[in-house]
Design a protein around this ligand. Structure first.
Ligand code: GLC
Length: 651
């Protein structure tokens, strides 16, 4: 391919490169820049081509990428080359992640380094350390309101400590994931402070309006993200007497990607953390990156183009680094964040599977897998070279983000069904043992999401209070069942810190005025290391959950059918309480694992002919990879105990 316009621009940029860059021997950088430049140019031109200073902005972008490349350590450059050679490395079944707050989990980064053996004990080899960049002590949104993108919050540690952590993890083949909050800054970020002082250059970094006219137009179609605590999408800023777009909290100012300076700054920041050892960068709230009057300002085409451009630029400087898309949006929209194609127009290699997460919770509440099955059937096919992040809980609320059409196909009425789910998880429904709280209740639409820890949502907290051994068993089994699903579905399972030892809700957040308005804090625990010690004591709750997950992780890592190469077939089990799918070894199609989970409180059966074509294998040959046992059979049916799962293979 030879494209004259972009090549002549690249030539001009090369001629005018600053001497500090020219003097460096950066052969690999130039090779990759040449390979990606047509695409970078096309996207950058689409977004910013109508500006008089387009040429200079393109120059700045290339110089930013080059400078970060020069700063990248030899060790990381070598890793880039290895990962380029083995570009499917992250689709392998060996990866298992855990997300945690470094302060909640360990106190600070230095202590976190001493906890690495805990990850190894469990089998975790990807650690998502949630936002650690500087943020105000009050208005922080759990670290998602950044006041300085290049400093680590002093409550958590220093860059030197992070570098040591990254080294220690790398030595043990554990991946490090860090957040970059792309969509907004804190109102205490230097750019915002300077905007407040009237500097136009920085007002242009945000969406700032002198009158209500434009904000009102936006409001007509923009939903509210935090309706209780931050209604509306604009905040009046005294002093400059202007309205600033604040989609999330009123102290989170939305960045204006119409301005190429913003794009270049954020690109530089992504590469900065890549150079501090992030193997994976979690890009926060990516659906919101582009705002357009008359739209919901989510999932706009330009948001995708920005991500494509970021990916292209990252591939030039730090090609070994992966992106996670945090896009908690409708099922059909989520898959678009992988990009249009695995090579051209690629975006993020990994995306949160919020659909699967929400559907699993539906199955827990209804004890029925009908909607789960239907929702997964409707999940669009994923690109090659892309993978899901499968999770049960994270630091955020649970949004019931499945499709109304799927709810109907599963035989429910959407409005009452969603109402039921909220009532169920907030404990308002009879026979519900869940101890969640509503989050983001919207009085205008009646919508709400759910907060609460995994253990409390599946009834462990209530069962412990009642000292009911049967209920305790059920809750533990449900925790294990849900993990059995995310470990085998296809993608990277992401555990949430504390779930592996059955951590229940932490209600102390109500005493802290910085947290009390946000129920998500009830499932952002201060990790209890004494409780964690109990994992080593036979038959404690901690021991039962921890050992189960540890075993599951070990088995997953040895099961090639669990690698993610679009090798999953949904199975119709003929029994609405069961969720079942088949995983196929991408290298040996005859090597299959049949996954089945029973969400009901009673044993359920599945006809054996549905499992294996008659004559191919004898039922006696079936065994469960996880427990190592032969599953129980009655007549010609497999019997799945309550809240249990099987990973069945024919020997
Ligand atoms: C993401 C984060 C969430 C935060 C929001 C705004 O969704 O996961 O915790 O509140 O972005 O930054």
């Amino acid at each position: 391919m030879y494209e004259q316009v972009s090549h002549s621009l690249l030539n001009e940029i090369m001629t005018e490169l600053k001497p500090d860059i020219k003097s460096e021997n950066i052969r690999h950088f130039y090779t990759r820049l040449g390979a990606n430049f047509y695409s970078i140019y096309t996207l950058f031109h689409y977004l910013y081509g109508d500006r008089d200073d387009f040429r200079q902005q393109a120059q700045r972008l290339v110089e930013t990428m080059a400078r970060q490349y020069i700063l990248r350590s030899d060790e990381l450059k070598q890793l880039d080359i290895e990962r380029e050679r083995d570009h499917n490395w992250f689709l392998n079944q060996q990866w298992v992640g855990m997300a945690l707050y470094s302060d909640g989990f360990a106190g600070d980064l230095t202590t976190l380094i001493t906890k690495v053996p805990y990850f190894q004990d469990l089998g975790i080899n990807m650690v998502h350390v949630m936002p650690i960049m500087a943020c105000p002590s009050g208005h922080s949104d759990g670290g998602y309101a950044v006041s300085n993108y290049r400093e680590i919050d002093r409550r958590v540690g220093t860059k030197e400590q992070l570098d040591i952590l990254a080294q220690e993890l790398r030595k043990r083949d554990i991946l490090l994931t860090l957040d970059v909050v792309l969509n907004h800054t804190s109102d205490e970020h230097e750019w915002a402070l300077r905007a407040k002082q009237g500097e136009e250059k920085y007002q242009d970094y945000y969406y700032v309006f002198p009158h209500r006219e434009i904000p009102d137009m936006f409001e007509q179609t923009m939903p509210e993200i935090f309706p209780e605590t931050a209604p509306g999408n604009f905040t009046w800023v005294e002093g400059i007497d202007k309205w600033v777009m604040t989609v999330f909290k009123n102290y989170q100012w939305d960045l204006n990607y119409n301005n190429p300076a913003v794009f270049i700054e954020m690109m530089d920041i992504i590469l900065f953390w890549a150079n501090h050892g992030a193997d994976i960068v979690r890009l926060d709230a990516v659906a919101f990156l582009w705002k357009k009057i008359g739209s919901t300002c989510q999932n706009e085409r330009e948001a995708h183009l920005i991500l494509q451009l970021m990916k292209d630029c990252c591939q030039v400087t730090a090609p070994g680094v992966l992106f996670i898309a945090e896009a908690i949006v409708a099922p059909v929209e989520v898959a678009k964040y992988f990009g249009e194609d695995a090579i051209h127009a690629k975006e993020c290699e990994i995306a949160y599977n919020a659909t699967f997460m929400a559907l699993l919770w539906d199955a827990v509440a209804t004890k029925c897998a009908r909607l789960l099955d239907q929702g997964i059937k409707s999940l669009p096919d994923k690109l090659e070279r892309a993978t899901w992040l499968n999770y049960i809980r994270c630091h955020d609320d649970i949004g019931l983000g499945f499709d109304d059409a799927d709810i109907r196909l599963a035989g429910y009425d959407p409005i009452p069904h969603r109402r039921f789910l909220i009532d169920y998880f907030t404990g308002d429904y009879k026979n519900s043992f869940a101890r969640g709280k509503p989050f983001g209740h919207n009085a205008k639409t009646g919508d709400a999401r759910i907060s609460g820890s995994l253990a409390s949502l599946v009834g462990l907290e209530v069962a412990l209070e009642r000292r009911d051994p049967k209920e305790i068993d059920d809750a533990i089994d449900t925790i294990i069942l849900l993990h059995g699903m995310i470990m085998s579905f296809g993608g990277i399972p992401l555990l949430y810190y504390g779930d592996e030892i059955g951590t229940t809700n932490d209600y102390r957040y109500v005493e802290d005025e910085r947290k009390s308005g946000d129920t998500r804090w009830m499932h952002r625990p201060t990790f209890d290391w004494d409780k964690a010690e109990l994992r080593n004591k036979h038959n404690t709750i901690e021991n039962r959950i921890f050992e189960a997950l540890k075993k599951m992780i070990a088995v997953r890592k040895e099961t090639p059918a669990f690698a993610d190469f679009n090798n999953r077939e949904l199975r119709d089990s003929g029994n609405p309480h069961l969720f079942s799918f088949c995983r196929i070894n991408p290298y040996h199609a005859s090597d299959r694992v049949l996954v089945v989970g029973n969400f009901d409180a009673r044993p359920q059966h599945m006809e054996i002919d549905d499992i294996i074509p008659t004559g191919v294998v004898q039922q006696a040959q079936l065994h469960d990879l996880y427990s190592g046992e032969k599953p129980a059979m009655f007549k010609n049916a497999l019997v799945i105990p309550p809240y249990r799962f099987y990973w069945l293979q024919a020997r």
